[in-house]
Design a protein around this ligand. Structure first.
Ligand code: IPE
Length: 259
């Protein structure tokens, strides 16, 4: 089984509310179709989630009633994005089933507490690709919170022990600094727990699910549960397909120790 996360930064313009990058998504789906293996697909929320979530501080849970319409609107927006993703998957010949965290998962103090894993197994058995995504979810302590694609990747990697984990990003991999602002930023061929401390702790755009640093930390934990893990650039045509084929591609290998 292969676990793929399409980052919100590649399928949307993360800085601009509700901006979908449909051509990029269609191409990436065509590349995914190359693989004949079982796939669980996760996608980020990008500008369909982060913009409003950040504005209304949704990630820290309930604080006032003004947040409530925003919670509902974010759920609507990320489902809109998800529908666009599953529609392309179905049209291109990869039957898919949507599993929104707002209905199949709950949080506790911001941590993913429960996910209906059986549904993923059953859809896979039927030859249907389960698709889940960054969403708002109920939180037993805080009322609600954000369930990120990375949290989903972690629990799914732990359960399914995928032979390969692929993070599809809008940059070539993990850099020593932000490549959009620092000309000296260098691509790291590999990240492991030792190199984590050297990574940048900042982000470029509104992002309620943490900095690149946090994301790499999560990736290292995810990599601990699966086989090969790589971060690669989904904006470069063919790179995802090459990785699925097993070729050595430009990107950052994530080496977590075996848990
Ligand atoms: C964020 O999910 C979910 C919401 C803000 C509702 P992710 O953290 O997985 O999304 P990206 O990949 O950063 O856009």
């Amino acid at each position: 089984m292969i676990l793929i996360k399409l980052g919100g930064s590649v399928i949307t313009d993360k800085a601009s509310y509700l901006t979908f990058r449909g051509n990029v998504l269609s191409r990436l789906v065509d590349e995914i179709l190359y693989s004949k293996k079982d796939i669980i697909l996760i996608h980020g929320a990008g500008s369909f989630g982060h913009v409003l979530a950040s504005k209304h501080n949704i990630q820290n849970g309930y604080s006032n009633n003004i947040q409530i319409p925003a919670v509902a609107k974010i759920m609507e927006d990320v489902r809109d994005l998800n529908l666009r993703v599953t529609r392309v998957l179905n049209e291109r010949g990869l039957p898919s089933a949507s599993l929104p965290p707002s209905t199949v998962a709950t949080l506790k103090n911001g941590e993913l507490d429960r996910l209906d894993i059986d549904l993923f197994y059953h859809y896979l058995q039927l030859g249907i690709c389960p698709v889940t995504f960054g969403d708002v979810a109920l939180d037993s302590e805080r009322g609600f919170g954000i369930c990120s694609g990375d949290q989903l990747m972690e629990i799914l990697a732990k359960e399914f022990r995928p032979e390969r984990v692929i993070f599809v990003s809008d940059v070539d991999g993990v850099f020593t600094a932000d490549p959009s602002s620092d000309p000296d930023a260098a691509l790291m061929g590999t990240v492991d727990w030792e190199t984590l401390e050297k990574l940048p702790r900042t982000t470029r755009c509104a992002d309620v699910t943490g900095s690149i640093f946090n994301k790499i930390e999560t990736m290292l934990r995810i990599a601990s549960w699966g086989g090969d893990a790589i971060v690669l650039n989904g904006n470069i045509p063919g790179r995802l397909e090459s990785a699925l084929r097993g070729d050595v591609v430009k990107g950052t290998r994530v080496r977590g120790s075996t848990l």
